[in-house]
Design a protein around this ligand. Structure first.
Ligand SMILES: [Zn+2]
Length: 397
């Protein structure tokens, strides 16, 4: 199987001369006015190097472990790209789907995995910006492409979202991933795909959240990061890259706080040991009057209260984590005047390109990563659920 996969990508780059009926050829003929053109959307991809089937870790029922099935390798139609997955980051939101806390999938079984990168294995007709063998990261917040959010570039906000691995579209916990548009691919120049995979969510999401808060940020006041898992760790790194202020990190686990310090936090506070009042008092001691911006990567009742209570006047509070807490905003009581509260949601393609540019040239360095074969995916879920993943776990099909 491994040999087949390598054939599909690196060792035998298919030549168009070996697939005269291929869609790429047909398109060029069509452009010159032949009768080929109307058949384009249905033209089958001629790529004998692709295996017929692949492994895919699929959700068959909420509350059940993922099952590794042997399913057909999808063939890219016009405009589509097939990616040989080399890395798929395991995200906390997958745990919500596995447990059934979130039951939003329009079809089951479905292959999960929304933090993906790999190499282009095959392209459909009309794909021009990537070619077979290219290393790419996959933007995952797919939309319908036509609504006002999508045309404004805020595709992650599309009301009819079609997110990879979180909708009807199968995700990257599989040997191959079908990407419906080449614009969702960000070429990688230096980064290995399996290192790049977590950037598509775990770095992109804090990046957007921090960009929202930049107007309020100053070198005179620290930023607060609550929750120092994968997203929080990238959040700390990005704050160090993009702002001049110090970073205070809060978590309930000392090992996570040790990692937070390693990735750049100036101060770390264990809110479980300290308790909520002492945590708030310590933040005020470190930043009298409050922090410039507070980022809540947890989103529970207590963390939202801490974030809102910590921001200074004209500051920003950005909720990223979706643990189900309610933000209670009582003017002059639970928060300072002029504090701006928002919920930030993943990121858009432009923001992913910006994140990748910073990572590909070495400015944004990786958080601690661990790599696991696809067969170990349910162990990965277990490790994440029990707080045993130090940074990000990446499945490498
Ligand atoms: Zn849309």
């Amino acid at each position: 199987m491994d040999g087949d996969r390598q054939c599909a990508t690196e060792h035998h780059p298919p030549s168009t001369s070996h697939r005269p009926a291929g869609p790429g050829v047909a398109r060029r003929a069509g452009a010159h006015g032949t009768a080929d053109a109307p058949r384009l959307p249905h033209a089958p991809l001629q790529s004998p190097m692709l295996p017929a089937t692949m492994r895919a870790a699929r959700l068959h029922a909420y509350g059940q472990p993922l099952r590794i099935d042997e399913i057909a390798v999808p063939r890219p139609a016009a405009g589509q790209v097939l990616v040989r997955v080399e890395g798929a980051g395991f995200c906390h939101s997958d745990l919500h789907l596995l447990s059934g806390d979130i039951q939003t999938l329009p079809k089951i079984p479905v292959t999960l995995g929304h933090e993906n990168a790999g190499r282009v294995a095959a392209v459909g007709a009309g794909v021009t910006r990537v070619k077979e063998g290219d290393a790419v990261a996959v933007y995952g917040g797919w939309g319908d492409g036509t609504c006002d959010y999508c045309v404004a570039g805020e595709e992650n906000c599309c009301p009819t979202f079609q997110w990879v691995g979180l909708s009807q579209h199968d995700g990257g916990y599989a040997d191959y991933l079908l990407v419906p548009q080449e614009r969702y691919l960000v070429p990688l120049h230096r980064l290995a795909p399996r290192e790049a995979a977590p950037l598509t969510d775990a770095a992109l999401t804090p990046y957007r959240a921090i960009k929202r808060a930049l107007p309020a940020m100053t070198s005179d006041y620290p930023a607060l990061v609550i929750g120092t898992g994968g997203l929080g760790q990238f959040g700390i790194k990005l704050l160090r890259l993009l702002t001049g202020g110090e970073v205070i990190a809060v978590d309930v686990a000392d090992d996570k706080l040790a990692t937070a310090r390693e990735v750049g936090a100036h101060h770390v506070l264990n809110s479980r040991t300290l308790g909520p009042e002492a945590t708030m008092a310590e933040i005020q001691r470190l930043s009298p009057g409050g922090v410039a911006a507070a980022f809540d990567f947890v989103g529970a009742e207590g963390t939202l209260a801490l974030a809102l209570g910590s921001a200074r006047k004209l500051g920003r509070v950005v909720q990223v984590g979706l643990a189900g807490g309610t933000a209670k905003l009582t003017a002059l009581q639970s928060w300072q005047p002029e504090v701006n509260f928002s919920v930030s949601f993943w990121g858009n393609i432009k923001e992913l390109r910006e994140v990748m540019a910073m990572a590909d040239d070495g400015r944004l360095t990786p958080i601690p990563l661990e790599f696991h074969p696809l067969e170990a995916i349910n162990d990965v879920a277990h490790r994440l659920e029990h707080g045993q993943v130090r940074g990000r776990a990446v499945v490498t099909p």
